[in-house]
Design a binder for this molecule. Structure first.
Ligand SMILES: [Mg+2]
Length: 319
């Protein structure tokens, strides 16, 4: 052994408060961290971080494949390549591992949007602006009113913009009303995933100021892409394939966290900085879990990487 060695750890992270999503309440997520070491002793890390309800392999499926490789990184690469379209999380994790010597140098910083829960009050929004955030991302649901969003616009400066995210929870009639509201309000950048994935109603909503998140995992050709696509570097599949594809698609790409550990976050931030245009990113996801030592970065309106961090120590500690 010693050549192309592969190790992994599976960890569970519990949210402080369960998150409401299109597939119900999410109380915890499981992540697989992989560690590879080549013949010359170069070490790389990657993270398999699927999100419930997104069309990717599950953690269990990924773990089965990692186990089947029996500690051989070249074997895992080979197995994933055979079915890469169906394994975006594994392909992403291998891209991280391959690029780790660059990723670990990433220091930042990137402008980050503040993430506000559904039902956030104007006071909460104003508090985030006071912290220095100039973009607020607001979760909305069937119970959210336009008045509540107007109230947030009213207490925040004109220079503050809003992004709305419905997580696929709306039906067609309210989705139409929200789309119109968003198009008439210059301070709202877009509404994300108003309808469930692949809902026929997207055709009638049209692309303007619509962003998709849940609908997008790995690159594919589809003439119906809206204005913006939320890209989670952990779900995007092979990073080089994404880069090639993204240059051919005329939409705005927004990088977003998938609630990774510090390893996936370091990689995703580096991806956002190097491979996407300088749009404000969605990485305000620290502090959402019960304290478990798996977050190491610092939150805030500008997010930074951790250059020269001792990732071997982190690996040892997350076990
Ligand atoms: Mg979203």
């Amino acid at each position: 052994m010693g050549t192309n060695r592969l190790d992994f750890r599976r960890i569970r992270r519990r949210f402080r408060t369960p998150l409401r999503t299109g597939v119900g309440l999410v109380e915890s997520v499981d992540r697989l961290i992989i560690r590879g070491e080549d013949a010359s002793g170069v070490i790389g890390y990657g993270e398999i971080a699927p999100w419930p309800g997104f069309k990717t392999e599950s953690v269990d499926e990924a773990e089965r494949m990692v186990r089947a490789a029996q500690g051989n990184l070249a074997q895992l690469r080979h197995d994933v390549q055979k079915n890469v379209q169906a394994l975006p999380c594994l392909a992403s994790a291998l891209s991280m591992l391959n690029a780790w010597s660059e990723i670990k140098k990433f220091s930042g910083g990137l402008h980050c949007a503040a993430l506000l829960r559904e039902g956030a009050t104007p006071d909460e929004a104003a508090a985030r602006v006071a912290q220095g955030f100039s973009v607020l991302k607001l979760k909305i649901g069937p119970a959210t009113t336009e008045e509540s969003v107007r109230a947030i616009l009213a207490v925040t400066p004109q220079s503050t913009s809003l992004r709305l995210d419905a997580n696929g929870l709306l039906t067609l009639v309210p989705a139409r009303a929200w789309t119109e509201f968003v198009r008439n309000e210059p301070r709202i950048e877009y509404i994300e995933q108003p309808l469930p994935v692949d809902h026929a109603g997207y055709t009638s909503l049209g692309p303007e100021k619509i962003a998709c998140d849940e609908s997008f995992t790995s690159p594919r050709n589809d003439a119906r892409w809206p204005d913006a696509i939320i890209v989670k570097p952990s779900l995007v599949g092979d990073w080089d394939a994404f880069r090639t594809w993204s240059k051919s698609v005329g939409v705005k790409f927004i990088a977003s966290s998938c609630f990774e550990t510090a390893i996936g976050r370091q990689a995703a931030l580096a991806f956002a900085a190097e491979r996407l245009a300088k749009e404000t990113v969605g990485f305000d996801t620290l502090g959402w879990f019960e304290p478990d030592g798996r977050d190491r970065h610092t939150p805030g309106p500008i997010v930074h990487g951790l250059p020269n961090y001792d990732w071997e120590k982190f690996w040892g500690e997350v076990a």
